[in-house]
Ligand binder design. Structure first.
Ligand SMILES: Nc1nc2c(ncn2[C@@H]2O[C@H](COP(=O)(O)OP(=O)(O)OP(=O)(O)O)[C@@H](O)[C@H]2O)c(=O)[nH]1
Length: 693
């Protein structure tokens, strides 16, 4: 059934577009009319729905929501239309139809359903069906609670409280109102909270809890003052005016009503302005300021007239009549009471008829007793009909007086008895009502205490929250600190690592430099000790060695010196050149070094002269070494140059007293070799010394 509906709706939305889409799929010669389009759409949707049904649950949910929502919206549209036209029953029918298509449990659908329940409740409210109003507001509240839609919950609680108040369920109303107030506070919705405050204020006023009521209204009033909301200021001012009137503080009451009157008229609700004017009129009447009373009542009347509000026009006309009656202006009083009665009759308001009939009967009592009694009897009948006992009592009282005036004592007595009986009933009812009010008041006190404890709990929660928050902040700070420390440590580590690396490189560099420098020093030391041409020890080092050995000559066991000198070396230079002479010198040095042990020293003593120190060699061993050297040089071919050398040997055993003396001995021996013909080895002896001299 829904499918056909959707197909119908879709076709009506854009049949042209659909035809164009279909022309793509269907053979070109096939006429695309409405029936064909609808058949296609039906097949398409049947296929789509069956496909969707075969899917997972979630897809099924979405399809259902999609397919049912448009149907619901169509009914809602119709309902709204009826509501606008004040056809509330028809609107309710359509809303209820719409609600049947909103059975799906998803949040959006539920929200829509809640709103529909609210609209139904509002429609019943307009129809003054209080029970149904309450019922549907409760349905709406349940629905919004189900989806945790706090904003709508709070608003519904306000309206539900009002509806319960209309039913006289003050305790329940107060409960709802307090819940609404709490929720609005939670939601941080000052506008909604102000409305909730007004609701709570009205209920508190109803249970005569004026102090609390004033508190609520004043808070709302302050909010509206703050946001410069004239309408809100007017409403709350009027409410405070009403309370001050109730507690007979008329100056305060007048102040607040005047506040409403002074507001820009175009910004406030005419009804609110009319109430303020009307109430000032009543206050003025009670304080016998009849001129002001009439003026303000007429002002209110004009507003009600322009609003076509006949029952309130009846009320204000009655106030005007009351001012005339108070001034003993009976004629005008009768005119206005009649007018009030006529308006009340016209609008069918029994209470306003009663309210006009009784004083009219009273003022007519002296001029037209029959009419007075007739009107009073009518008032009595109506008050019995609508069960308004105070007016019934008032009617009995007036009738008793009227019948007495007429001389009908038995009738007067009968009314008197009824008056007494009713008075007792009213008294009892009042006591009962008082009990209800006291109960409600007590309940409100209890709620206040609960609210107070809730506030304390909230404060505690907030404190705990703040504590937790600060703990979280501390933890966060600790985390940040540790992070910073980590970063710091990381940087420190990186820095340390970098420093270590640098140190390492520096160390390596230094150690390398050290090694190089050590090597260089070694080289330098080496160079300092060596003869650059022959690589033999130089003369300075030679003397250092010998002097050192001679520093403790007693330690010296065997110790010999050989001096070797190349023969006719000048001729080599002259014949082969200086460079060749150098080569010969180098080669001779090699021969010398090869001829001695590791601990022996070969030093270049002068140009072509060498000194060989044999620290552990005996005289014989030294001669042997010298002989070996002589033969080696003699037999060596120094690059086609043949040379010989002469050698002089000496030993420590010849008692040289110093290194110089020892060397001198060797030199003398060498000289002997030279003078004996060269290429000879000569050992020092004492005779050499004498010969030389
Ligand atoms: N090529 C070269 N010649 C040098 C060097 N030192 C000294 N001489 C030369 O050695 C020669 C030594 O000559 P003399 O002192 O006259 O001795 P000699 O020619 O060897 O003759 P006798 O010693 O008497 O056999 C000189 O000509 C010096 O110039 C040197 O380092 N290189």
């Amino acid at each position: 059934m829904h499918l056909h509906f959707i197909v119908d709706q879709l076709y009506s939305i854009n049949s042209l577009c659909l035809k164009k889409v279909l022309s793509v799929f269907l053979p070109s010669k096939l006429p695309i009319n409405k029936n064909l389009t609808q058949v296609f759409l039906t097949i398409f949707f049947t296929f789509y729905i069956s496909l969707a049904n075969s899917q997972e649950n979630t897809s099924a949910i979405n399809t259902e929501t999609i397919s049912e929502m448009p149907t619901a919206l169509t009914f809602i549209d119709k309902a709204e239309n009826h509501y606008q036209k004040k056809n509330y029953n028809a609107a309710i029918d359509q809303y209820i139809h719409a609600s049947k298509y909103l059975s799906h449990p998803d949040k959006a659908t539920k929200k829509k359903l809640g709103q529909i329940y609210k609209k139904i409740a509002q429609s019943y409210k307009r129809l003054k069906n209080r029970q149904q109003t309450v019922f549907f507001y409760k349905e709406a509240l349940d629905t919004f609670t189900d989806i945790e839609d706090k904003k709508n919950m709070a608003r519904t609680l306000n309206t539900l409280a009002e509806a319960e108040r209309y039913l006289g369920h003050y305790v329940v109303a107060l409960d709802y109102s307090t819940q609404g107030l709490k929720l609005h506070t939670e939601l941080d919705d000052p506008e909604g909270r102000a409305k909730a405050l007004i609701g709570a204020g009205i209920i508190s006023r109803y249970i005569n809890h004026y102090e609390k009521s004033l508190e609520y209204f004043y808070e709302a009033y302050q909010y509206y003052e703050k946001v410069n909301n004239a309408s809100g200021i007017a409403k709350t001012s009027n409410q405070m005016g009403l309370i001050y009137t109730k507690i007979k503080e008329f100056d305060h009451a007048r102040f607040f009503y005047q506040r409403t009157i002074n507001l820009p008229k175009n910004e406030i609700d005419p009804d609110t302005l009319a109430i303020a004017s009307r109430e000032i009129a009543v206050i003025a009447l009670n304080s016998e300021d009849y001129v002001t009373a009439r003026m303000m009542a007429k002002r209110a009347y004009n507003i009600y007239q322009s609003e076509n509000n006949k029952s309130k026009s009846s009320l204000t006309t009655r106030i005007i009549a009351n001012t005339y009656r108070a001034q003993q202006d009976i004629n005008n009083a009768i005119i206005y009471y009649r007018k009030s009665l006529s308006l009340a009759t016209e609008v069918g308001s029994k209470i306003y008829q009663i309210k006009a009939l009784i004083p009219l009967g009273n003022v007519l009592i002296h001029s037209n007793l029959d009419e007075s009694i007739r009107l009073l009897k009518k008032a009595l009948t109506l008050s019995i009909q609508i069960d308004t006992k105070p007016h019934q009592l008032y009617a009995y009282h007036e009738l008793r007086e009227a019948e007495k005036l007429r001389g009908n004592i038995s009738a007067s007595l009968s009314y008197a008895e009824k008056e007494i009986h009713l008075s007792n009933v009213i008294q009892k009812e009042r006591e009962d009502n008082k009990l209800v009010l006291v109960k409600a008041k007590l309940h409100s006190r209890q709620l206040e205490i609960e609210l107070e404890s809730l506030k304390k709990a909230t404060k505690l929660d907030q404190l705990t929250l703040a504590k937790n928050k600060s703990e979280i902040e501390i933890a966060e700070q600790a985390r940040k600190i540790s992070e910073l420390e980590l970063t710091k440590n990381k940087y420190a580590s990186v820095t340390l690592a970098s420093l270590l690396t640098i140190c390492l490189f520096v160390s390596i560099y230094i150690s390398r430099r050290f090694i190089i420098s050590k090597r260089r020093n070694k080289e330098l030391n080496y160079l300092a000790t060596r003869d650059p041409l022959t690589n033999c020890y130089n003369r300075r080092v030679l003397f250092d060695f010998i002097n050192q050995d001679f520093s403790d000559s007693r330690q010296l066991g065997e110790y010999c010196i050989i001096l070797a000198d190349i023969d006719h070396f000048k001729a080599v230079n002259d014949t082969y050149g200086h460079s060749a002479g150098d080569t010969v010198l180098r080669e001779v040095a090699k021969v010398l070094q090869a001829s001695v042990d590791q601990n022996d020293i070969v030093a270049r003593f002068g140009g072509e002269e060498f000194c060989i120190v044999l620290p552990k060699a005996s005289q014989g061993q030294a001669i042997q070494v010298a002989e070996t050297i002589r033969q080696s040089i003699e037999s060596t071919n120094f690059g086609d140059i043949s040379i010989t050398c002469s050698l002089g040997v000496t030993s420590i055993k010849f008692n040289a007293k110093s290194s110089t003396e020892l060397i001198d001995q060797a030199d003398l021996a060498l000289f002997k070799s030279k003078s004996n013909g060269r290429n000879l080895v000569t050992l020092w002896d004492k005779t050499l010394e004498n010969n030389h001299k």
